[in-house]
Ligand binder design. Structure first.
Ligand SMILES: Nc1nc2c(ncn2[C@@H]2O[C@H](COP(=O)(O)OP(=O)(O)OP(=O)(O)O)[C@@H](O)[C@H]2O)c(=O)[nH]1
Length: 351
């Protein structure tokens, strides 16, 4: 798929980075001028298209947040946009913003993807705090990418989030139709039309993070919407998420696998201690998985500890490449009753 539904503020067509130069050269005058007069008339046109493509655009850099209902594909999209670089991380925080998920380095700019926990109707103190965090983050970003999956109808949850976008007038707004690889053509057309009616977007882009279709187009559009700026991060920077947070997230991801109902929301993970062993090329990591009730603890541990062992195995496979060493991972499960409503516990967990 190469077309894109575009409602950019500018008149320029959308090309991906590779095509842009080619497109400039792909408009030759194909007929011989009939007279000197018409030859002269064509002269200025030729001048407007210098050999070697368009002049280099100004360098732009800024922040984008992808928002949308849970599961619409925001994280997968971030990874696709940042490409393989997300896997190589710098653990040195370079900014006070906590949740930078990734940095896209381009010759014409930098796109810094800032994570948010997602806008939702708060039901707990955790929910309220997360919403406050979302609001302060979104108040700062240059572009908000509103994600809707192409394989589901636009519903009340999407409309609620779209309404919330009015609270952030500073940010440019882009609608992204995700998961195009699993959409039916007619459904996607309908959804694009529906998205178009929701507000005046700076761009509407259908894409698939799985196949990579239109990811370049998104990158091109995002950079165009960023302010003219100097480079904000050094070339080698990929993410400033601290290593312990990423380790905790890998463990939480493994613990979440296969659990149902309210349990996913009750799981929190904290890395308590990391010990670099001098005698062996190994790191010892001690982490706690918090749940809210005894019954949940039993589920996480599983029969004779089998489930917890699996959580350790799966997460360790992701942590070892991150830390670049063998890992001894010690997991404990603790009950922190109703931690989502407990200000002290929320503080400890970093919310
Ligand atoms: N077919 C298809 N599936 C996708 C695509 N992008 C994401 N998914 C799947 O959709 C599910 C949710 O993806 P995530 O990236 O975790 O979604 P999210 O919006 O970050 O979810 P939350 O963290 O819950 O807010 C996962 O099972 C992904 O594998 C895509 O382009 N195509």
């Amino acid at each position: 798929m190469t077309d894109s539904s575009n409602s950019t503020g500018g008149d320029e067509p959308i090309f991906d980075g590779q095509d842009a130069g080619g497109a400039a050269q792909a408009t030759p005058v194909t007929h011989e001028p009939a007279s000197a007069e018409s030859a002269a008339a064509e002269q200025p046109q030729k001048k407007r298209k210098p050999r070697g493509g368009t002049p280099a655009p100004e360098y732009r850099a800024g922040f984008v947040s992808f928002i949308g209902r849970p599961n619409v594909g925001k994280s997968t999209l971030t990874n696709a946009l940042v490409k393989e670089k997300i896997a190589i991380t710098s653990d040195k925080p370079q900014t006070t913003r906590k949740a930078i998920r990734g940095i896209v380095h381009r010759t014409d700019g930098q796109i810094i993807v800032v994570d948010t926990p997602g806008i939702h109707r708060p039901r707990t103190l955790l929910g309220e705090r997360l919403n406050a965090l979302v609001k302060s983050t979104l108040g700062d970003v240059d572009v908000i990418g509103f994600c809707v999956p192409a394989n589901e109808k636009i519903g009340p949850g999407d409309r609620f989030i779209n309404e919330q976008l009015d609270l952030f007038p500073r940010a440019k707004k882009v609608a992204i139709l995700t998961k195009m690889d699993v959409s039916k053509p007619n459904d996607a057309i309908e959804q694009l039309a529906e998205l178009g009616e929701m507000r005046e977007w700076d761009a509407i882009i259908p894409l698939s993070a799985y196949t990579g279709d239109q990811i370049n187009i998104l990158s091109d559009e995002l950079v165009k919407l960023m302010p003219v700026s100097q480079q904000l991060y050094p070339d080698e920077a990929v993410t400033d998420e601290v290593k312990d947070d990423r380790i905790a997230e890998y463990i939480r991801e493994a613990a979440l696998d296969g659990v149902r109902d309210e349990l996913p929301h009750s799981i929190a993970v904290m890395v308590e201690d990391t010990i670099e062993r001098d005698d062996k090329d190994m790191v010892e990591i001690y982490a706690t998985i918090y749940v809210e009730r005894d019954s949940q603890k039993a589920i996480i541990i599983g029969h004779k500890g089998s489930r917890l062992r699996d959580v350790g195995k799966v997460s360790r496979a992701q942590i070892e490449p991150l830390v670049g060493k063998k890992v001894f991972l010690s997991l404990h499960v603790k009950v922190a009753k109703d931690w989502q409503k407990d200000p002290r516990m929320l503080g400890r967990l970093g919310f």
